[in-house]
Ligand binder design. Sequence first.
Ligand code: GLU
Length: 468
Amino acid sequence: MRTRFAPSPTGFLHVGGARTALFCYLQSRHQQGVFILRIEDTDLERSTPESVQAILDGMEWLGLDYDEGPFYQTQRFDRYAEVVRGLLAEGKAYPCYCSKERIEALREEQMEQGLKPRYDGHCREGAEPVPGVKPVVRFRNPQDGDVVFDDLVRGPISISNTELDDLVIARPDGSPTYNFTVVVDDVDMAVSLVIRGDDHINNTPRQINIYRALGADLPDFAHVPMILGDDGARLSKRHGAVGVMQYRDDGYLPQALLNYLVRLGWSYGDQEIFSREQMIAYFDIRDVNRKAAAFNSDKLDWLNQHYMRTLPPAEVAQHLVWHFEQAGLDPDSGPPLENLVTVQADRVKTLKEMTEQSRVFYEDLEDYDEGSAKKHLRPVAEDPLRAVGNRLADLAAWEPERLNEAVRITAEELEIGMGKIAQPLRVALTGTAVSPSIDKTLWLIGRERSLERISRALAYVMNRAAAS
Ligand code: GLU
């Protein structure tokens, strides 16, 4: 079994493309087949190196490893030319000298008569070369019979050859066209299953005729439905559907996006959470729904939280490193990222948020938040802060349990509620009145930094007392 993902590098690897890539990957792994990546970059005007890179980056970030490739169509022009020559020699293709003007006039005439525009076969039975005109090459499409295939997603499809005209396979400059290169590649790469978006379904009958002309076996076809936004319109930038790397930038884990994508048009009972192994074991392209799937960002958020909480913290931490770099934070200047993950995963939706909310653990504390300081760093906080500071300084081990106990015992001794200590302490440590539980906050900030910040807050409180 051999399948391929064949993106055109004319933009980002967007959500729809990533889902197609995932389906190709899963099907190949499910059947222990081969997964090929082929970059369809023949459209020289629209293809860019940046888009190629975005595709490769997206595949890598999602962990969609391929076994062969990336192949580039632009490196195969000689091969396409060779196949065109072969078809010409066998009379399965022919040169066409019709001018643009003629084709345009024909088109207008057909439209006026309410007909579908199609080439009328003017040069099909031989045309006189026109001096100075380089011909296109057209494929000699069969004129009768039907093209029938059984799409693995859409079911049986039948198109009459009378619907199909003679497709241009090479332009005047010799460059090959899309429907032709796809077939040559799929034949040469021995692809046995073509999975692609159903926007290509009208190309398939034309391509099947080319397979036949080449004497090649047909692959199976599976056309997957498009993805809609929550408003029912085709998913676009307007829905926030941008390149997959934007999801990384926004703080999503690849595991969450993959799990999200696999459920767009495919299900397995009512299971929502799938490990990669489960996806591979359960996925079958034949089970993909033929109806369009709708994107739902809340569900993606939910999955992201799930994976932040349940993946091994060290694994989440690896992804967090990138966000620290972007935010200019040094992961080595504070608690191990694994520890941060165990504390913060429950409190945030994305890794980006986690990074933003973790500065105080890695950087010097700037000024206190005014409101919080006003409310909690008052003269009455002096004794509790001093007492808890002393007790903390005496601790042999800086562990959440010990830290929690130190705060509790201080409160008991002073006969005050925990909050009377925890809130001033929180402002002292983080500059604000919002942070993880006080023991976890202390734990993450670490001994030295915590004691230093408590001294600073004490000085602040005493100054304030002196000033009033
Ligand atoms: N290059 C085409 C695209 O990006 C896909 C062609 C195919 O998979 O056959 O839409």
